[in-house]
Design a protein around this ligand. Structure first.
Ligand SMILES: [Zn+2]
Length: 69
């Protein structure tokens, strides 16, 4: 079974990489006037939002498990 701590570490790693891609794409997109890169950077930002939701849900389920047991 995968531990909640491991899940949180993996989510944090994905959050860091996705947010870094967002920053690189939006900066390079504006510097090179690339609409495709700017558009994809906002796609990466929506992925970051989804990872935040996943991270919060892992935190909530840990609290629920602690309070039930
Ligand atoms: Zn995506």
């Amino acid at each position: 079974m995968v531990s909640a701590k491991g899940n949180k570490r993996r989510l944090a790693a994905m959050f860091t990489m996705t947010f870094a891609f967002f920053l690189v794409e939006i900066i390079v997109g504006y510097l090179t006037n690339s609409m495709a890169l700017v558009a994809d950077s906002f796609h990466m930002l929506s992925d970051v939002a989804a990872l935040v939701v996943a991270f919060v849900s892992v935190k909530v389920i840990i609290i629920v498990i602690i309070n039930v047991t």
